[in-house]
Design a protein around this ligand. Sequence first.
Ligand code: KPL
Length: 298
Amino acid sequence: MDIVVFGAGSLGSLLGGLLARAHDVTLVGRDPHVARVREGGLRVTGELEAHVSPDAVTDGRHLTANLAVVTVKSFDTPTAADALATGSFDAVLSLQNGLTEEILADRLDTPVLAGTATYGARLREPGHVACTGVGEVALGALDGGPSSLAERVGKAFRDADVETLVATDMPRRRWEKLAVNAGINTVTALARVENGALGDGDAAELAHAAAREAARVARAEGVRLPNRVARAALDDVVDGTARNRSSMLQDVDSGRRTEVDAITGTVVDRADAHDIDVPTNRVLAGLLRAWESGRELR
Ligand code: KPL
């Protein structure tokens, strides 16, 4: 299969590298990473190892492939969608934080699949990504239900030995991931701790409260996500990725803009629409946005 991975950050580079073991992959990203991949290939080390030679480009316009996997930061989604619209694809799969699929579906004629990924990844240096945790990709139709397109994409991922589940309950999974990210990413980024630090104590309480509020908003949106399920999902991710630095902590560490708007901002906006109180998420969003403003990142 021809696959474009749009967004060669940590997760995009890892999945692009893994998919390139079985498919023709083109990575769309920025220099110097892209230039290094073109010169010497892409090295994957850590819990999985590979050395592959995908195509790598900085201009994502006018590309043609069977599948485009979107892994750009949530705030870059409209730009990515505009570039993808100049090309031709049979399907687009989003593996991003936040509920970005709607932005892609609004701007593209191509069918958009929803997805979540729990692989841990860290860009070590240009041309080199570390797999810090073998997770799973779940993908499926945006509105839930069976999809032959999702089955085909799932098979392509499995052919490359990527742990993949074709799911028929993506609406719930997307909200569960949003609840987990609302708890883990924000608290780890503000406290500057690894995910494992949320195992107990005040930080864990704060993360649980954020996830609980997100679950309540999900239910108001018609998605069945009990509080205890959101909390158990958060605890599972904390246990399974204890040594990881969340993507938001990596952003803060590097002085980059975070995904607070797409994660906590979405919880707060949808809560407002349903007249629901989400005080923990509101405070967490305020603190992270203040940090971004102080560095002129917004
Ligand atoms: O998705 C993540 C992220 O860092 O963005 C989790 C699951 C919290 C893993 O760190």
